[in-house]
Ligand binder design. Structure first.
Ligand code: ATP
Ligand code: MG
Length: 401
């Protein structure tokens, strides 16, 4: 019997070594999660490391769209699963050939024979299947070197898979396989993209957002929740920490040189994020910084700001141009939310000419004089509100803008 499936392939690392079972479990969990809304499609794992999704009536496109959210998945192929039997394999090959827009001029057959008991060896199969297809389609020729179409057959113990072509998956590592990090998430374009890259590399993330309520609105807060919700499509639920930052910002504004305000604010943000990281057992901080993009992201600024953190600070966008970042934010669908006009806590307190070359000495000296700062930091951490954000928890209203 023929079954419509999508064959799944993983990165090299997944297939080898001690971590294999753990990786596989994580990825199966994620696949089950993304397939849930589709209802009928199910993921199957075979003892010999073959994983595939049975469509059971769902469309290829719908299933592939969902699979594109599963990191660690490197490629997939639309395939027919059939019995490991010559006639069945021939029939399945006809089906995949008939699905092509037109009959190709040249083709070849590639056979992988995992089941060594299968009565025909690879060489025979090339003849038996290739010959059959040559007879079935007029004008078709064999070209083993540069065929327009390669008909793949994988013969296993219980079943055979027949397919043409491979589509790229999202790549990366399974979610959580590289540990956990705190993502400093503003309402801007960059930090959600940074979060996506971090997850792609196998990091589970928790978001940390600094708000200046009531200077910043509820809507600004909702925007960040909406962004988190889009990121949650790739992770299941994501925890977000909402840090009240108004008092610290106000005090800093009164107490430091205007051109150093952003530098000081960012250092405090790092300190608070680090404390939250410790509570949540995260081992890194992820930001959306990109070298030279704004005054606080010159190398000199990043040096002074970054020294406030002792955990590794990961900056996935560091060498990317704004246009490259925008292209990704469009692809992962955070862009339309990021460009909504609600003000960010830093925009409000933005000095006229922030320093591009702050002095570490001056900054450290000023901070020392702020004896109230540790207490305010402690309070901000204590008053931080935490919630889980699910995929698709977006407020519809916001998308009308
Ligand atoms: P983004 O588009 O991510 O807002 P940006 O280009 O506007 O970035 P900045 O405003 O300088 O850059 O912020 C640099 C980084 O600092 C952000 O990418 C983010 O990781 C972090 N950050 C800035 N503001 C906040 C905030 N209110 N809450 C949490 N993190 C923030
Ligand atoms: Mg910003």
């Amino acid at each position: 019997m023929n079954t419509e499936v999508i064959l799944l392939r993983f990165g090299e690392l997944m297939l080898k070594g001690r971590n294999r079972n753990r990786f596989e479990n994580q990825i199966v969990q994620q696949i089950k999660r993304v397939l849930k809304p589709l209802g009928r499609a199910v993921v199957r794992t075979e003892s010999y490391g073959r994983m595939y999704v049975e469509l059971n009536g769902e469309s290829h496109a719908d299933v592939e769209r969902e699979l594109s959210k599963v990191f660690g998945l490197h490629s997939f192929s639309r395939a027919i699963k059939t019995a490991p039997d010559l006639e069945e394999i021939r029939a399945a090959a006809r089906i995949v050939m008939d699905r092509l827009e037109r009959v190709p001029e040249t083709f070849r057959v590639t056979v992988r024979r995992v089941n060594k008991q299968f009565p025909h060896d690879t060489f025979e199969m090339h003849q038996l299947l290739g010959g059959y297809l040559l007879e079935s389609y007029e004008g078709l020729k064999v070209d083993v070197h540069e065929p327009q179409v390669n008909v793949h057959v994988e013969i296993r113990h219980q079943e055979a898979f027949v397919y043409i072509g491979t589509l790229p998956g999202p790549g990366g590592f399974p979610l959580g396989s590289n540990g956990k990090a705190m993502l400093m998430l503003s309402g801007g374009i960059d930090s959600p993209v940074a979060g996506w890259f971090a997850m792609k590399r196998g990091l589970r993330i928790e978001a940390v957002h600094f708000h200046s309520y009531p200077y910043t609105s509820e809507r600004a807060k909702q925007k960040v929740i909406d962004l988190t919700s889009v990121l949650a499509e790739y992770a299941g639920s994501i925890m977000i920490h909402m840090v009240p930052f108004t008092e610290i910002q106000t005090r800093l504004k009164e107490s430091c040189r205007e051109n150093l305000l952003i530098t000081m604010m960012r250092r405090v943000m790092f300190r608070i994020t680090e404390q939250l990281a410790e509570q949540r057992e995260a081992l890194a901080i992820v930001t959306g910084e990109s070298l030279g993009q704004v005054a606080s992201q010159t190398l000199s600024s990043m040096n002074v700001i970054g020294r406030a953190a002792t955990l590794p600070v990961l900056r996935p966008l560091i060498t990317m141009d704004k246009l490259e970042i925008i292209a990704i934010s469009e692809k992962i669908e955070t862009y339309p939310i990021s460009i909504l006009p609600y003000e960010d806590c830093c925009t409000l307190f933005m000095p006229k000419s922030p320093s591009t070359n702050p002095s570490l000495k001056v900054v450290e000296y000023s901070e020392k004089a702020m004896d109230w700062l540790p207490e305010l930091i402690r309070e901000a951490v204590e008053k931080t509100e935490t919630m889980w954000v699910k995929p698709e928890q977006k407020s519809e209203e916001d998308h009308l803008f």
